[in-house]
Structures are given as structure tokens and as C-alpha cells.
Write a new protein. Sequence first.
Length: 308
Amino acid sequence: MTMTDTQILAEKKTSGPIGRWLTMLWADKLAFFAALFLLIVLLCALFGPLLLEAIATKQNLRGRNAPPFDITRGLLYVLGADALGRPLLARVIVAAQNTILVAAAAVLASSVVGTALGLVAGYSRSSAAQWIMRLGDVIMSFPSLLLAVIVLYMLEPSVTNIVLVLAITRIPIYLRTTRAEVLEVRERMFVQAAKVMGASYWRIVFHHILPVIFPTLVTIATLDFAFVMLAESSLSFLGIGIQAPEITWGLMVAQGRPYLTNAWWLSFWPGLAIILTTLSLNLLSNWLRIALDPTQRWRLEMRGRKNG
């Protein structure tokens, strides 16, 4: 055994799974900085309202539409102030919670329901599978954003209704993807061997099929998170999303629309937060697609070792 082989084996023994994942993440610099930015957004969503909610809602009419990069009023005014003199930096940080919470809840609900229905539709040969697919076709026949606009226009635009509508419109994505993957995986030899050994229906589905298709679902969920966040921002911008005094990035963009000619920063900073978060999610999903694929993961591992 050469010295290079010995070093590789030593790295595998000492680094551990977390170290290997961090090494693969560092191998893709764009994905690394995207993950770092998303971590900052997550920390803002978790702790921002606890630390800055009072400041973000306190009005100061003397500082109405204060320009950015002027810290004479304090560091929190570095991004400027809105029409009521509230610091935009604090409001952007506090608004991260509602924006991320709605998107995360909608993606979680739609992925769980869609994946469960897709497993049944893909593995079962009964008529229930056909009914499930027809249900997915009916939902997909309506444009998701248009359906959300119609439902929220008829119902009260609350957080629960927004999550429910967005989750329902995204179910077919996971349903059709899961079914397509299951139709291919169920014909593999290890699934046939489990059947011969007398494994139950649920054991085959959850212990043999689901782990194989799970990386694909994680990648789709990461991309879908960005789409749902944009959809929520669009609904808030149209005035049928989360209502004031709650704060979301889309609502902040809508509130700054009347001042675009003389106070562009009111809409620019929350819009930039939406763009950067969406871009980071797309970059991270591309990294996940490679990192979760055993046939391509070695590329990141080799690049990470070379960089290290």
C-alpha cells in the first residue's frame, strides 16, 4: 500500500461523515457560499424577531425614507428607513421568519403528501393508483399561482390559508416524480429479492424503495423551496398574501412600490434578499444533486481532497 492510499484511508477513518460532507461542500465554492448565506438567513429567521421585532416596528417620522449608508441614526439604519421611519435592516431580518416559515411549511406538507401518494401510485397495481394520478392531473391543470390568487381572494389571506394553498398546488410535483422513480426501482433485483424473502408491502416501500429515491426528492424540494418563496412573495406583492402588521419580503417590496421614483431602497433591499436566497437555493440544489449521487460524488471528494 502506497503512502497516498494510507493517507486516504486515514482521512476516511478520522474525518467522519460530517467532515466528508463539509469537504465536498468546500469543493464547490459557489455551493459553499450559498450554504453560508442560507445559514445566515436561517439564523435571522430564528432569532431576528426575538432581538429586533420592537425596533423593526417602532415608527420614527423624523427619519421617513432616510437614505441608505447613513449611520448617523444608528447601525440599523445602514440600509435606510421606510415611509414610517422604521430601519430597513431590522425589518428585512425580521421579515425572514415569515417568508421562510411559509415556504418551509408548504414544501414540507406538499413533499410528505405527494411522496406518500406517489409511493402508492408507483408500487400498487390497484385502481387506487390510477385515481391518485388523475387527482394529480386535475391539480396540475390549474396554474399554481392563478389557483392561489383565486382561493385567497375568496378566503381570508391568513398564514394557514397561504400554506395550505401553496402546498396543494405543489403536491403533483412530488407525486409524479416519486411515481416515476418507484416504477423504475421496483423492478430492480434487490426489490425482487425482498419479495421472495417475504418482506411486507410497507417494508419494501419504506426500507428498500424510499431510501433510493430520497436524494432525488431532496433535490426537488430544495428547488421547490425557492419557487414557493417566490410565489409567497408574489402573493404578498399583489396584496393577498400575509397582511400588515406582519412582515414578509414580498410585502416590503409592495409597500415600497409607491416610492420607487424617490426612495428606491424601500423595495430594493427586500427584493435583493429574495433574489440572493433563491439563487443560493438553486446553487445548493445543484450541489446536492451531485453529492447525493453515489456515481458522481467522487468528483466532489477528489476536488475536496485536492483543495484540502
